[in-house]
Ligand binder design. Structure first.
Ligand SMILES: CC(C)(COP(=O)(O)OP(=O)(O)OC[C@H]1O[C@@H](n2cnc3c(N)ncnc32)[C@H](O)[C@@H]1OP(=O)(O)O)[C@@H](O)C(=O)NCCC(=O)NCCS
Length: 168
């Protein structure tokens, strides 16, 4: 069974094991705490939890919730949800980012995880649509959005800007 769980201290051992394998940047999905040592990871979880309430964020950043995607007892992915758009997000990374662990790819987890995220966040989304950006060559990410009722709004030389209308 697949489910989303917000970042928390209780699952820190598995959260660390998963995030320890994440690169800093893959296709524009940024994991800014790449390379964190285990003894410093409590702080990282604290930052993820605080980000939900907008605490401790760099100037201009909006609140963000960090979720792990679990399949049974294992973490298979991470989803980031930014609660509303500011100008840079509107023209850039949008509301949602997702990352599926290397060994779990190609099994439909991104598409299913995104469906869960849309359900989880629909009441709190301020805008009428979710904004999501994917690199032009990141077909898997674009398909993930299209499979969830999304559409391509526009593109530029390097990126495709997709949107998903909120289902009320
Ligand atoms: C993009 C990413 C999230 C996709 O995760 P995934 O769990 O492998 O995706 P899914 O299995 O749900 O597949 C979604 C669709 O993409 C297709 N797909 C998967 N990998 C693909 C690939 N390498 N090339 C082309 N299509 C691919 C799948 O076939 C599926 O489409 P289909 O149902 O028509 O067959 C994953 O590759 C990843 O984490 N990449 C690094 C981070 C990233 O790119 N994040 C997105 C940018 S924010």
């Amino acid at each position: 069974m697949l489910y989303l769980m917000q970042a928390n201290y209780k699952d820190i051992v598995k959260e660390y094991a998963f995030t320890d394998k994440m690169p800093y940047d893959e296709n524009g999905f940024i994991y800014e705490w790449h390379g964190t040592k285990r003894e410093d990871f409590e702080d990282v979880i604290g930052k993820m939890i605080d980000a939900r309430s907008g605490i401790g964020l760099p100037k201009g950043y909006v609140p963000e919730t960090f979720y792990f995607l679990w399949r049974g007892e294992n973490i298979v992915g991470m989803f980031r949800f930014r609660h509303y758009l500011c100008q840079s997000l509107e023209n850039g990374a949008g509301h949602i980012g997702y990352y599926i662990g290397q060994e779990y790819r190609g099994k439909g987890y991104a598409a299913k995880g995104l469906r869960l995220l849309l359900e989880e966040t629909k009441e709190s989304l301020v805008e009428d649509e979710y904004y999501i950006r994917a690199h032009k060559n990141n077909i898997a990410s674009q398909k993930t959005v299209l499979k969830n009722g999304g559409y391509i709004h526009h593109s530029d030389d390097s990126n495709v800007y997709l949107r998903i209308k909120k289902v009320h």
